[in-house]
Design a protein around this ligand. Structure first.
Ligand code: BG6
Length: 457
């Protein structure tokens, strides 16, 4: 006997338009920041492979629908490209409408639930040039885009998501150089984060006005574990949790920002400009569900450098936990119990909100070395990775956590930001030259899991 998941549990894969669609300069699509960045500095991208080199889903919907059926998926999490749907920021591109309507109809016809996200790191270049999330104009433009998408596709899509991992472009773009604008500026980071949250809440408001069915947000929640029980280490963990988890989780689910976060921005003099109506919009427009991306936890200790409050180093330091297991092919820690800890936390601290795993998966550099003589990738490590996470997830569910689905990152190996095709995540392997897709051992295994709704012990 295996482990049986609740009836109707969603078994899906996840991907995003900028990493999967291709056709980055055709079909009326305008440039987004990644197209632009790659054009300017291709050498920053792994093997100089840019966002036009994808599996070209745009021209392969029928073929990939067969792949989804082969996997027995009942859910598919993807995103709409803002710069494709509204290339000039206001007019609708009819070719994009035809493409997305065809996709959502095909999913329906095959019994696969579309979970549709509106934004996956792909800021249209025109808005980036006007300040991106630092500008309130982008907030209104996004809200208009969201409203347009709901009315164009609301008859075909019930489950909507406003943002994927909204903290990532903030952390990687304003406190690091891995996303644009690639600067280090805490004040701008806070402003951009606040505007993203406001855009989210305005989209939820529009959605309810149009009587939409369900809307949520996808957050990368990493449980934070302190190095020791000392008060300094615990305080460091509380800060990391505040910055990376609660800064979006609390306003999205509870409708309010944590007091600690507000006080911190006041102490540093980096309170963002808040208009009179903003906080009421955030308060009144909380989510119906949460999507959680989980890859690895954060392990922290008291800060090594304390002097400068405008640097995160002043609040915590990362540390290498000696017992941790590392994925040798990607360098990320593997800690399956983290998913259980998230399940318990949502139940205990966030009103047992319905939630699903929106991304979980293992990246493998040089995965070709695991191909057998037929070219089939023998990815037993992926099967083990998914199984062990599912066991912990199941424990959380049996203890009452309201989780209703699991999505593997990803369906077909996809392009990923600066890493391009360095790390492969798919249940299908992609041949970058021929665009052929070939099911991996994990894909065949996932098919049985999804069709039986049962994890073999
Ligand atoms: C996730 C993102 O956090 O990490 C994905 O949502 C991304 O967009 C994935 O592709 C894997 O990242 P990487 O750097 O290992 O390719």
């Amino acid at each position: 006997m295996g482990i049986t998941f609740p009836e109707g549990f969603l078994w899906g894969t996840a991907t995003s338009a900028p990493q999967f669609e291709g056709a980055s300069t055709t079909g009326g699509k305008a440039e987004h920041v990644w197209d632009y960045w790659y054009k300017k500095t291709p050498e920053l991208f792994h093997n100089q492979v840019g966002p036009e080199h994808t599996s070209d889903f745009y021209h392969n919907v029928d073929r990939d629908m067969e792949g989804m059926k082969q996997l027995k998926l009942n859910s598919f999490r993807t995103s709409i490209s803002w710069s494709r749907l509204m290339p000039d920021g206001s007019q609708v591109n009819e070719e994009a409408v035809r493409f997305y309507r065809y996709l959502f109809k095909s999913l329906h016809n095959n019994g696969i639930k579309p979970i549709v996200n509106l934004y996956h790191f792909d800021m249209p270049l025109s808005f980036h040039k006007k300040g991106g999330w630092e500008s309130r104009e982008t907030v209104f433009a996004y809200s208009h885009y969201a409203c347009t998408a709901f009315s164009l596709f609301g008859d075909l899509v019930e489950d909507w998501v406003t943002f994927n991992e909204p903290i990532v472009p903030i952390e990687m773009g304003y406190l690091n150089d891995k996303h644009l604008p690639a600067i280090y500026d805490m004040k701008k980071a806070v402003k951009a984060a606040y505007h993203t949250m406001l855009a989210h809440a305005m989209a939820v408001k529009e959605f309810r006005r149009q009587s939409g069915v369900k809307i949520g947000i996808i957050l990368n929640l990493s449980p934070v574990y302190p190095k020791s029980d000392s008060s300094a280490d615990r305080m460091a963990a509380d800060y990391a949790d505040l910055f990376f988890n609660r800064s979006f989780l609390d306003p999205a689910v509870k409708g309010t920002y944590p007091d600690e976060l507000i006080n911190w921005t006041k102490e540093l003099g980096i309170v963002p400009p808040v208009a009179k109506e903003d906080l009421a919009i955030i308060k009144e427009n909380t989510v119906d569900f949460l999507g959680v991306n989980y890859y690895q936890p954060r392990r922290v200790q008291q800060p090594v450098k304390r002097e400068n409050g405008l640097s995160l180093d002043a609040y915590y330091s990362s540390y290498e936990w000696p017992e941790r297991r590392i994925n040798p092919y990607r360098g990320w820690e593997i800690y399956e119990k983290g998913l259980y800890d998230i399940a318990v936390r949502i139940k205990e601290e966030y009103g047992n909100l319905p939630w699903f795993v929106a991304e979980n998966g293992i990246g493998v550099e040089g995965e070709e070395r695991f191909a057998d003589h037929n070219g089939d990738i023998q990815d037993d490590y992926r099967i083990e990775f998914i199984s062990e996470h599912l066991k912990w997830l199941y424990k959380g569910i049996t203890e009452g956590s309201n989780c209703y689905g699991y999505h593997v990152w990803t369906f077909v190996d996809n392009w990923s930001w600066l890493n391009a095709y360095k790390n492969r995540y798919g249940l299908f392997r992609l041949d970058l030259n021929t665009k052929e897709r070939q099911i991996k051992k994990s894909g065949k295994w996932f098919r049985v899991l999804a069709s039986e709704n049962e994890l073999p012990e």
